[in-house]
Design a protein around this ligand. Structure first.
Ligand SMILES: Cc1cc2nc3c(=O)[nH]c(=O)nc-3n(C[C@H](O)[C@H](O)[C@H](O)COP(=O)(O)O)c2cc1C
Ligand code: SF4
Length: 571
């Protein structure tokens, strides 16, 4: 992606970005509005159009609908969405209903959004009342949900109550008075904290490398795009513990040398955006004098997403903020070297930031002691309605997966597998559950992925061939288009599976396995590169169920194969 465009976007800074203009202006679809924006931001009209056309909620057939039906994997598995869709269509008309993946209401399912507010569970039964209230101030109050929050930790880290916000922020000034930045960074590194966004990159190392890079301006970016269906632990933190997140960003700013913190929050989370904005106001009120006294400043800004899963990938997210088409960039350079607007940037997941206060407050490095080898501290797990008590569970890294399921009351229905870690996470058959503990290593060794640690139950009656189709379809819809293995591979994969389901043609085993290999090895990022994992898991563990759809064909035919062998021998 163009380095020049990143630097040009910097002219207006984060306060005024092309992307936010497009998101916030309801008329931004008009040609006139686009021309005006191009002029205001001194970019070509094609740039404005290229950006706008990428997003589900700005352009295209899914934009500006009255209601959106969640089509994430959890709602799909729960089988609730046909009723939601038909009820909404009856009330509002077919053309007024769009789709969204995912609203994070996976504990209750039957999720939908109307007039910018989210609903789930039994809400669909009261749809007439909800529609009546869309123009009143009561709509927010109707948008209630219930999920369990529990922990096995004697002293919780992420689910702890926060009773005194002022004292909580006061700790920042105590830390920086009593310790040097090097000592604080050392403590974070020593804790063994690894990024909770999926890749598990060591946080202390990331912050140190940004600190080491020279730059007149640096940024701290919180990745709150939580696009994995089934995941809502980041939403929990933003809605229930926003100061934990803000504190981590503040400390990252101080240690890396940045004065601006940006929270990129998905548009599908209206409550998280509201609560975090209120928390920012309180932060300002409580800390402005003390910050002035140390002659240092840190400001927060929320950027709302616009419905693109790939914007969770760090380089796409940064391009999105800049107002460029959010296509994945090749790394290096890494964001710590050249991130937002080409400036050194620390980008972390919500949960990663939320652990920082606890780590720095702890005298005895209990964070490290809590974990399991290279995976330290605690982890939030989000469980969907497949368990008796769906909700957010905080457990020490290394906790057996069976214990987590037991804590959540066991399964609520008959299941055949779990998908853990979002659409790119592994599909774990039930008999493999006892082998897994909640840590990066255990999952990787068993051929799965901890990822964001969201858990979706796949019911016994779900057809695995349909689930493969769903995964390919999701990837095809969300691919950024930068590389062929993913952008073409996911579409061809979906076609192959759909044709088999429709009885048009069997899946060619060799072709499918070549396709998966190409995607895994040849994709630029973990969207195309990651999607083969759950599909391979299904092919391995549910081979019997898939067998009627798959055949070992000789794709090229004997003659062509002989030619290839001969050509190989001659060269
Ligand atoms: C397709 C894709 C989607 C991603 N979505 C998210 C996301 O929603 N939230 C997140 O924190 N990280 C997501 N990531 C990982 C980020 O690129 C990045 O590694 C992470 O935010 C870094 O923060 P951490 O070090 O605290 O984990 C995604 C990666 C890919 C490839
Ligand atoms: S793998 Fe897919 S999402 Fe990632 S860069 Fe390639 S096309 Fe884009």
């Amino acid at each position: 992606m163009s380095k020049n465009l990143s630097q040009l976007a910097r002219r207006k800074g984060v306060e005024h970005t092309l992307f936010q203009e497009l998101v916030l202006d309801k008329n931004s679809q008009s040609v006139q509005a686009r021309k005006k924006l191009a002029k205001a931001f001194l970019v070509g009209e094609a740039i404005v159009h290229g950006t706008a056309s990428f997003y589900d909620f700005i352009d295209g057939e899914n934009a500006n609908k009255k209601a959106y039906v969640c089509n994430g994997s959890s709602c799909l598995c729960a089988g609730t969405q046909d009723k939601v869709k038909s009820s909404l269509e009856q009330q509002l008309g077919k053309n007024e209903i769009g789709h969204v993946t995912c609203l994070g209401r996976c504990a209750e399912n039957a999720a939908f959004q109307i007039a910018g507010e989210n609903f789930s569970g039994k809400d669909i039964d009261a749809i007439s009342n909800i529609i009546e209230q869309t123009k009143s101030d009561n709509l927010q109050a109707l948008s209630k949900e219930h999920y369990h929050v529990a922990t096995t930790l004697a002293e919780p880290i992420l689910t702890a109550e926060l009773n005194n916000v002022e004292r909580y922020y006061q700790a920042f000034f105590t830390f920086i008075e009593n310790s040097t930045p090097e000592q604080l960074l050392e403590k974070i590194t020593e804790s063994g904290l690894r990024g909770r966004g999926g890749a598990g990159f060591p946080t202390g190392f990331k912050w140190q490398s940004c600190r080491d890079v020279k730059g007149d301006e640096k940024y701290i970016v919180c990745n709150a795009d939580e696009g994995d269906a089934g995941a809502y632990s980041d939403r929990y933190l933003l809605e229930q513990r926003p100061h934990f997140v803000l504190f981590g960003m503040l400390m990252a700013g101080y240690l890396a040398g940045a004065n601006t913190g940006i929270l990129y929050i998905r548009n599908e989370y209206p409550e998280a955006i509201r609560v975090t904005q209120q928390a920012i106001e309180l932060f300002k009120k409580l800390t402005s004098h003390s910050l002035l006294a140390i002659n240092w400043n840190f400001t927060f800004k929320i950027i709302k997403g616009a419905g693109a899963y790939i914007c969770g990938e760090e380089t796409a997210l940064l391009r999105s903020i800049e107002g460029q088409r959010p296509v994945v960039s090749v790394r290096p350079p890494f964001p710590t070297q050249s991130g937002l607007f080409g400036c050194p940037t620390v980008l972390n997941n919500v949960e990663t930031f939320a652990s920082i206060h606890w780590i720095l407050s702890d005298e005895d490095n209990r964070f490290k002691a809590l974990g399991n080898g290279k995976s330290t501290g605690s982890k939030l797990i989000s469980l969907d309605s497949c368990v008796v008590k769906p909700g957010i569970y905080e457990v020490a890294m290394g906790t057996p997966l069976v214990d987590v399921i037991e804590l959540a009351g066991g399964f609520s229905k008959s299941l055949k597998a779990l998908q853990i870690g979002g659409p790119l996470g592994g599909v774990v058959p039930l008999d493999k559950i006892p082998e897994l503990t909640i840590d990066f290593e255990s999952f990787a060794q068993a051929g799965f992925l901890l990822g964001h640690a969201s858990i979706i139950g796949i019911p016994t009656e779900t057809k695995m061939i349909k689930y493969i189709e769903h995964i390919f379809e999701f990837t095809a819809a969300e691919s950024c288009g930068k590389c062929y293995p993913c952008s073409l591979g996911s579409v061809r994969g979906k076609e192959m599976v759909s044709n088999a389901i429709d009885g048009k043609s069997m899946i060619d085993q060799t072709l499918l396995s070549d396709l998966l290999e190409t995607m895994q090895l040849g994709s630029l990022c973990a969207l195309g590169g990651g999607v083969p994992l759950p599909i391979k898991n299904i092919l391995q563990y549910f081979a019997g169920e898939i067998a009627p759809f798959i055949i070992e064909k000789n794709v090229l035919g004997k003659k062509a194969q002989n030619k290839i062998v001969q050509a190989g021998e001659q060269s």
